[in-house]
Design a binder for this molecule. Sequence first.
Ligand code: GTP
Length: 312
Amino acid sequence: MRIHQTLWNAAKFRQFFDFGNREIANWFPGHMAKGLRQMKASLKNVDYHIPFSGRNPLFQESLDIKPHLLVLNKMDLADLSEKQAILKQLKREGVGNVLFADCLTQRDENIKKVVPVVTQLIESSPRFHRTENMEYCLLVIGIPNVGKSSFVNALRRMHIKKGKASKVGGEPGITKAVLSKIQVCERPLIYLLDTPGVLPPKIESLETGMKLSLCGTILDHLVGEDVIADYLLYTLNKHEQLSYVDKYELGEPCDDIQHVLKKIAVKLGKTQRVKAITGVGDITITVPNYSAAAYDFIRVFRKGELGRVMLD
Ligand SMILES: Nc1nc2c(ncn2[C@@H]2O[C@H](COP(=O)(O)OP(=O)(O)OP(=O)(O)O)[C@@H](O)[C@H]2O)c(=O)[nH]1
């Protein structure tokens, strides 16, 4: 058995880190900066894979976010044995109101808790005098692709049995502006404002950057799908989450991403024909499509099909 024993080769990512931070900084002033200006938050939303890397310090600094509830979403994808450790760490950081959620399940018990928890939070806050205005209007904020729109839709589905009001997608940057009020509950009358995902303009470390990339919070092409796939393989091996071995008929765990991608490409029939120049003239040969295989490998992981992993 030959798997990664050492740290992931950060040099590969450094290239992106310098370039990508510039790209993110370019991306940031557009819809993200606009969105941030419009936000006065009451609710936060984080991907449960990355409860610490997935929190944007800008929200804390730029927004008046009290009272608020931290929602750790996509709990169906994460390793639940870490739940208590996460709660303990968040408590140490002064974050008391935390809720785990899975926005894709039709009957998530935790989603049911949102309305009572949020109303209790607001009612008990001395900053809110609610004698006249009996409706609640809350903001959902978080980094891209963590499931903010899915969260809005899940609450709406649960309490008022209505369909999607906010557009959902597998890429970051689906919601591009703060949306108008979306009703999610009748009694009490609660409206949510869905907002664009906002990343910090600078990512603090290589490791954080890779975790954010792997969870799809940064556009894949800014990092490179081959680099993300390599980090994914390293992560799976590090966590001994080896279901990819059987899935792709590898025979044994492996830390060679080229080898793994070749196997995936062949298994999925993702090959391409390219021209090769030989001594006897040009010939066309069939080679594995490494990019298509990397794309598939990452997406399968994001759907939870390679097992539950906790990145932080
Ligand atoms: N497995 C799983 N996937 C989820 C969950 N919630 C959302 N997703 C998926 O995550 C992806 C992003 O969801 P969105 O609701 O569009 O995320 P967002 O935070 O609004 O994204 P931006 O508009 O980019 O900020 C979609 O493919 C959803 O289907 C969840 O609880 N579990």
